[in-house]
Design a protein. Structure first.
Length: 223
């Protein structure tokens, strides 16, 4: 079974509400051309909702998060709107209505790793690198069937056969889909929102995100 998980779901992984028509020259980063999923998060350390959408086979994507994170009597709200277009990440703080722009250091390595293969073929290698193994269990979440995977480090995840994450459980904290719309990409304004707020240069992420480097994962260094 071929499945796919995007890098940004390791923490856990679409034109004006219609299916996007992808440019043939644009890298195909996901088996699904366009999709929108809304999640509910719950657990001892977090609560709230998030929406993740992509179009052009995930060349463009956004995630809107409204989550309260807390432990030991301390809590903090996270209200963010993150947009990725190619190798660029736009991270916007919705409380201050300001954002930062940075280069995604994983992008080139990811595109290079896909050369000569498909996102479906690459998915097994990615999940293996993350220590995710199939349990043989299936679930139905938000009226959509998914397959359960388990990792000693990453917890459990439930992904559809075409690579959409519907559930992730890590240390008792749960992110579960409450709405799945395949073939829809969300409001176009959510992809261009960064153009309407003050943006500054973000941090240098050239050493990877959270220590994760795709070149190391797949045995080839980014160019």
């Amino acid at each position: 079974m071929k499945i796919f998980a995007t890098c940004m779901t390791v923490v856990g992984l679409i034109a004006c509400s219609q299916t996007a028509t992808a440019d043939p020259s644009t890298p195909r980063l996901h088996p699904v051309e366009s999709a929108c999923i809304t999640y509910e998060s719950s657990g001892q350390m977090q609560s709230g909702t998030s929406t993740r959408c992509h179009r052009d086979y995930a060349y463009e994507a956004y995630e809107i998060i409204h989550i309260t994170i807390g432990m030991a009597g301390f809590s903090q709200s996270q209200n963010t709107h993150t947009i990725t277009i190619g190798n660029t990440i736009y991270a916007i703080d919705l409380d201050t209505n300001t954002g930062t722009q940075a280069v995604n250091p994983m992008y080139d390595g990811f595109v290079d790793a896909l050369a000569g293969s498909s996102p479906e073929d690459m998915s097994d290698a990615f999940l293996s690198a993350m220590g995710m193994t199939p349990t043989g269990e299936t679930k139905t979440i938000a009226e959509t069937e998914c397959n359960v995977y388990n990792s000693p480090v990453m917890g459990t995840a439930c992904l559809t056969s075409d690579g959409l994450m519907l559930e992730q459980v890590v240390m008792g904290n749960v992110q579960r889909a409450i709405s799945v719309s395949i073939g829809e990409s969300g409001d176009d304004a959510n992809y261009t929102f960064y153009q309407t707020v003050p943006m500054s240069q973000g941090p240098d992420l050239s050493n990877g995100i959270g220590g994760l480097d795709l070149g190391d994962l797949f045995g080839q260094q980014p160019q």
